[in-house]
Design a binder for this molecule. Structure first.
Ligand code: RB5
Length: 147
């Protein structure tokens, strides 16, 4: 995926992993918009999912990464926005598949479930894998439809 600018955010459960991801992305030459949080004080993950979603929807970033304790709350919150396809992944293969088949534009990670090495491997797969299109195009388009 070609990403010039990426928005990232975490709740208090994902602050340290967020820092490691930012370092990795900067080494790749990606411009990173760090939307917080930055400390150990308890915060609400939907606020940070919304911030990343809004940044993508406003065209200020092409992709996003969200980190919380499990990744579950962030993925549920981010997927409330029709333009967002957030994928909670647990390994390199699921990170590749969310790009190849689902054209995910937000990667969600559980800092309390993944070691840093696995999480950074997921980030590498997310950043370097293209959407396959073809038979997946129509399926992905259907996810933006309202009932
Ligand atoms: C915060 O304690 C925790 O609930 C949050 O990081 C996340 O795991 C929610 O899905």
């Amino acid at each position: 995926m070609t990403v010039k600018t990426l928005a990232i955010a975490a709740d208090h459960g994902g602050v340290e992993l967020k820092s490691a991801i930012i370092d990795t992305l900067k080494k790749r030459g990606v411009e990173v918009l760090d939307l917080g949080t930055d400390g150990s004080a308890s915060v609400d993950y939907p606020d940070f999912a919304q911030a990343v979603a809004k940044t993508i929807i406003d065209g200020k970033a092409e992709a996003g990464i969200l980190v919380c304790g499990s990744g579950i709350g962030m993925s549920m919150a981010a997927n409330r926005y029709p333009q967002i396809r957030a994928a909670l992944v647990h390994d390199r293969l699921s990170a590749e598949l969310c790009r190849q088949h689902n054209n995910a534009n937000v990667l969600c990670l559980g800092a309390r479930l993944l070691g840093d090495a696995t999480a950074l491997d997921c980030v590498d797969a997310f950043m370097s894998t293209e959407f396959e299109g073809g038979r997946h195009e129509g399926r992905v388009a259907k996810m933006s439809c309202s009932v």
